[in-house]
Design a protein around this ligand. Sequence first.
Ligand code: NAP
Length: 417
Amino acid sequence: MASYNNSPVPLDGSAIRFQDKTLSIPENPIIPFIEGDGTGPDIWKAARTVFDAAVRQAYGGRRRVVWYEVFAGEKAYRQFNDWLPQGTLDAIRQFHIAIKGPLTTPVGGGIRSLNVTLRQLLDLYVCLRPVRYFPGVPSPMKRPELLNVVIVRENTEDVYAGIEFRQGTPEAQKVIEFLNREMGKKIRPDSGIGIKPMSVFGSKRLIRRAIQYAIENGRRSVTLVHKGNIMKFTEGAFRDWGYELVKEEFPDVCVTEAEVGANVPPGKILVKDRIADSMFQQALLRPDEYDVLATPNLNGDYLSDACAAQVGGLGMAPGGNIGDEYAVFEATHGTAPKYAGLDVINPSSVILAGSMMFQHMGWKEVSQLIEEGITETMRQKRVTYDLHRQMDGAVKLKTSEFAAAIVGNMKGPAATA
Ligand code: NAP
C-alpha cells in the first residue's frame, strides 16, 4: 500500500493525472491537505464541512473528495523532526493539487519560509490572489464594491530568489569588490547584498497565465505593474517582455493602450501598464478601471495585501500558488496562535481558497455554491468575532457555527448530475 510520511494513501480515492499538459480529474480525487499551525485545525475543520457539503449538494454523491492529510510546519516538526518532510512534497507531486492552512515560519536557521520553499520546490510560479468585496463586510472605503481585481503575481524570481549575502561576510565582500572593480560601481564596503534576477522565461510565462486567466474568465483588461522607471533592466524589461508576448501570442485577442487608448473594440482584452506607485493610487482612486494585474514578485506581495485591506482585510483573502503541473491553495493570513483551539477565528480565507481550488479543478458548481453561501451569510450579518467588532447589528458566531451557516445558505440546485 502506498504511503507518505508513514500515512497510508486512502484506498477509496483516485489520483488526479497530468496528461498532455492538462489535469484529468477523477470523480473521487485524492486531495492532500496540510491542516496548518495555530488556528489551522479550527479553520480546516470548518472549511472541510463546507467543502464536503458543497460537493454533495452540487453532485448528489456522484463526485466526492477523498481528503488525505500530509504534514508541514509544527505538526511535522513534532512528528518527524522536519518542518517540511520529503513525503509531503512527494504526495503533492503525486496528487497534483493540495490545500493548506497557515504555517508557522521557523525562527532561526534552516528553512526561511515554508511557503516560499513549497513555491520554489514545486515551481508554483503564479500566485493568484482574487480580491473582491462581499456586501456587508466592514471596509475603510466609501465604495469597496468597485474593486474587483485578480492579482497574478510572479512567485519564483525577483528579490525572493534568495540570492542574498550578509553584510561583513567574505561572500558579500567578494561581490562588492567585483562590482566596484569590474563594473565601475560604487558600493559601500559595509553593505549587505541582495540580487534581483528577472528572466524573459519567468516573466513571459507569468504574463501568459495572466492573459489566459483574463480570456477564460471574461475579464476586460490586463495591467502590467512594474517599477521600470527606476529598475529598467528588470522591472522595465518585465513590461517590455509583456508587450512582446502580446504581439507574439495574443495578437487577435488583445489590444494595447498605446494602440487604442480607452476605445477598446468589443470582445478584445486591453493590455496596459502602470508604474507600481501609481498603481497603488489607482487602486484607491479608480478601482473600477482595473481587472487582472500581472506583477513581479515583490510588487505583487505589497499590492495583494493592500487591495485585500480595501475590501475588508486579510481574514477574507484567499490565495492559490499554481504551476504547470501542481497547485497549492491556501489561507493568506498567519496562524493567529492566541486563538488556537478556541473555535472563534474567521475561516473565510481558507474556504475561499477551496473555492479557487474547485474552480481550478473545473468543479465550478461547487465554487459557486461556496461563494453564494458566504455572500448570503455575510449579508445576514452572521459573522465571526473579527467582523462582528466592526459591524453594527451583527450576530457573533463561532468558527463552527459560521461554517454551518454557510452550508445552510448554499441554495444552488440539489444536484446537477
Ligand atoms: P497572523 O497570524 O495573521 O495574526 C495577526 C492578527 O491578525 C491576529 O491576531 C488577528 O487579529 C488577525 N487575524 C489573522 N487571521 C485571522 C482570521 N482568520 N480571522 C480573524 N482574525 C485574523 O500574523 P502573525 O501573528 O504576524 O503571524 C503568526 C505566524 O503565522 C508567524 O509564524 C508567521 O510567520 C505565520 N504566517 C504564516 C502565513 C502563511 O502560512 N500563509 C502568513 C503570514 C504569517 P486580532 O488579534 O486583532 O483579532
